[in-house]
Design a protein around this ligand. Structure first.
Ligand code: NAD
Ligand code: MG
Length: 389
């Protein structure tokens, strides 16, 4: 029996994870569930999965959750705040951590899980983009296991040689091909993009996801963050990572070998596949996802991304090349820009413009420790906010 902590249980990935766990009660127990403010949903999850601990974002939310849990006669202990998130991610009672908080807020607890040598199922790509080498070194130094949940990286993981050591040349890996759907605006006239609404931007053609990652998919910043994520996870350089637009989202990514072989992982676009893969690795368990019907899909197409349509993708490649804290600055500026767009404060095209201006204004430096990183993150948010108002 493995006991799991789910950071971000009420989100899209959190709910899909619980859906898979519920299919295998003999294999998995739930140690802790966390949410920021959705206490009703968290209380319902606690009633079904009976975690030992539930963590929320504030004292008020904790009080509201405690009231709901008392009414259920539940024995789940309620905590709040970042220290409590770090505690449930590193507790001895927990074997594996699903890191599914959105954005930089997930960094501290995900790092805490790495420091405690846990098995980490990483959905929270922003944490890795921000902390890069620091995160990977923490994983290695503490004997933690890192398994990618992002569908592309999970696909790549499945296509790499067994026991891959992040040294592509040693194992014949030439390139990584990251597929991208192109999001909802792949064919829309570029001149009309500034007029798109938040509802249009979050209406992804193939995947149902949280609002922030949905906007990231529309700008393709999501793919940019994934390029940086692939660099750290697999030890490949920027020029070995090619983004290929594949609107059907059936091939989740590919690995190209020096002998000309290309291995791909395919499946229906449903996050329960990578979640089940990582949970059970190296075994396989049922996820609830239907088998693909290739004859019905009939046609798979591919094209190159256009940096003029998707300037965020270029900004992310630039941040990766710049190194140091540049990806953390990129990520922070993007989080502020996306929220401002969702709140109706700025237009869609202002997202990439704002990020570019923050990148220009703020010098990047070496990543020394988490405190320095958080300071850069805070500075970048401050600059981004000042440019909006
Ligand atoms: P979501 O918005 O649906 O859920 C986010 C979760 O994080 C919620 O449980 C929320 O309560 C929690 N949260 C938000 N702000 C918080 C804060 N400040 N402190 C603590 N908790 C907070 O997001 P999602 O779509 O599930 O995505 C989660 C992560 O997984 C993101 O990093 C995303 O990029 C990544 N991811 C998601 C998908 C997908 O299909 N949804 C695919 C690949 C990767
Ligand atoms: Mg992805």
């Amino acid at each position: 029996m493995q006991n799991i902590t789910i950071l971000g249980a009420t989100g899209s990935i959190g709910a899909s994870t619980l859906n898979v766990l519920a299919r295998h009660p003999e294999r998995y127990g739930v140690y802790a569930l966390t949410a920021h403010s959705q206490v009703d949903q968290l209380a319902a999850q606690c009633a079904q999965f009976r975690p030992q601990v539930a963590v929320v974002g504030s004292a008020d939310a904790a009080q509201a959750l405690s009231r709901l849990l008392r009414a259920q006669g539940s024995s789940t202990q309620v905590e709040y705040g970042e220290a409590a998130l770090c505690a449930v991610a590193s507790a001895p009672q927990c074997d594996a951590v699903m890191a599914a908080i959105v954005g930089a807020a997930g960094l501290a607890p995900t790092l805490a899980a790495a420091r405690a040598g846990k098995k980490i199922l990483l959905a929270n790509k922003e944490a890795l983009v921000m902390s890069g080498r620091l995160f990977m070194d923490t994983v290695t130094a503490n004997g933690a296991t890192l398994l990618p949940i992002d569908s592309e990286h999970n696909a790549i993981f499945q296509c790499l040689p067994h026991g891959y050591q992040r040294l592509p040349a040693n194992q014949g890996v030439a390139r990584i091909l990251l597929t991208a759907s192109g999001g909802p605006f792949l064919t829309r006239a570029v001149e009309t993009l500034d007029a798109v609404t938040p509802d249009e931007a979050v209406a992804h053609p193939n995947w149902v996801m949280g609002r922030k990652i949905s906007v990231d998919s529309a700008t393709m910043m999501n793919k940019g963050l994934e390029v940086i994520e692939a660099h750290w996870l697999f030890g490949v350089q920027a020029d070995q990572i090619e983004v290929v637009i594949h609107p059907q989202s059936v091939i989740h990514s590919l690995v190209s070998y020096v002998d000309g072989s290309v291995l791909a992982q395919l499946g229906n676009p449903d996050m329960r596949t990578p979640i089940a893969h990582a949970l059970a690795y190296p075994e396989r368990i049922a996820s609830g996802v239907a088998q693909i019907d290739l004859a019905q899909i009939a046609c798979l197409t591919f094209e190159r991304p256009d940096f003029k349509r998707f300037p965020c993708l270029k900004l992310a490649y630039d941040a990766l090349q710049a190194g140091g804290t540049a990806p953390a600055i990129l990520n922070a500026a993007n989080e502020i820009a996306v929220q401002a767009f969702l709140d109706g404060q700025i237009g869609f095209r202002a997202i990439d413009q704002l990020i570019a201006r923050v990148m220009d204004k703020l010098p990047h430096s070496e990543v020394t420790d988490i405190e320095a990183l958080r300071e850069q993150d805070r500075r970048a948010r401050e600059v981004a906010n000042s440019l909006i108002s």
